[in-house]
Design a protein around this ligand. Structure first.
Ligand code: PAF
Length: 306
């Protein structure tokens, strides 16, 4: 497995490749969710490149940039075992050298949901992802469903800037009890970890209601809220229903100006997403409604495809 440290090394390596390239951008602290992206990339492509970079520009003031888990040796072992061809491991100075001043901003769809909570986050994500796309020139780039808005924003950027690649969206990997895998789950105490199952339970409740014919947005959101409120350590930041293709808002708890909209007249796919705090840790989860669309094919066709 090649270890590439600088953009110059990456460019030289990329020039040496022919065939298709699968790119899996990560911030390290790898878990089964990342490995699922890698496995899809391995099956689809001649070459698989993974990047590990805790990107400072996507963390806001007071967020966990310094504390973010870093497990490089274990990450490299897992990537090598999974058959990755090359890993790009730049430093912040490699990616943002002295004098750096170029950023990419995707507008409307970064304003609600995570963007409302983390106003500078997506500008950092789109900037680093565009840079990684330029270096890797992948055939397909792989992203996880768990960061659903991130997928929509990156797709918007790819279309708007004519970046010639495909995006694959891979379903969220879950622990046995349903908790969405996340590098940040390590922050949870044992008690918080036990309660964290409320996110996936809430989503499952709403999903079953939707599949049984419920179309009232408040009934769907309240089904999620009921599960969150059963956990004394949990506090919901937001629970939101959006059009899955465009992220146009339908309804949100608590109500906010980025949450006022209407249910689609036809049965268009919806994105149900939520963020819940356990102490200082924010956990995210989501599902597409109806339930049967939460597959690679369904997610890739629907999420951010508007
Ligand atoms: O999803 C992540 O881990 C990050 O946001 C990404 C896409 C690697 C950009 O830093």
């Amino acid at each position: 497995m090649h270890l590439l440290h600088t953009p110059e090394e990456f460019i030289a390596y990329r020039k040496s490749l022919s065939g298709t390239i699968g790119l899996v951008p990560t911030m390290g602290a790898l878990h089964a969710g990342h490995l699922s992206l890698v496995n899809h990339a391995r099956t689809d492509n001649t070459h698989v490149i993974t990047t590990i970079f805790v990107n400072p520009t996507q963390f806001g003031q007071g967020e966990d940039f310094t504390a973010y888990p870093r497990t490089l040796d274990a990450d490299l072992q897992q990537l090598s075992d999974a058959g990755v061809d090359a890993v790009f491991l730049p430093t912040p100075d490699n990616m943002y050298p002295q004098g750096y001043q170029t950023y990419i901003t995707v507008e409307d769809i970064t304003r609600g949901l995570e963007g409302a909570m983390r106003p500078t986050h997506f500008r950092g994500v789109t900037t680093i992802v565009a840079k990684l796309f330029n270096l890797a020139q992948p055939t397909i780039a792989y992203f996880g469903q768990k960061d659903a808005q991130q997928v929509c924003v990156i797709r918007r950027m790819v279309r708007d800037l004519h970046i010639p690649l495909n995006i694959a969206v891979i379903p969220t990997a879950r622990e046995a009890d349903g908790l969405a895998m996340s590098s940040r789950n390590v922050y949870l105490s044992a008690e918080q970890r036990a309660g964290a199952v409320c996110l996936s339970r809430g989503i499952m409740q709403a999903s079953s209601l939707y599949d049984a014919g419920e179309r009232n947005p408040s009934a769907l959101l309240n089904a999620v809220l009921d599960e969150i409120q059963k956990e004394s350590l949990a506090s919901a930041d937001y629970i939101s229903l959006n059009h899955a293709r465009t992220l146009a808002p339908i309804a949100v708890i608590p109500s906010a100006d980025w949450g006022m909209g209407e249910m689609p007249t036809a049965d268009e796919p919806l994105l149900l997403s939520l963020t819940v705090r356990f102490g200082k840790t924010r956990l995210l989860d989501n599902a597409i409604l109806p339930h049967h669309l939460n597959t690679r094919e369904g997610l890739t066709n629907v999420l951010g495809a508007g």
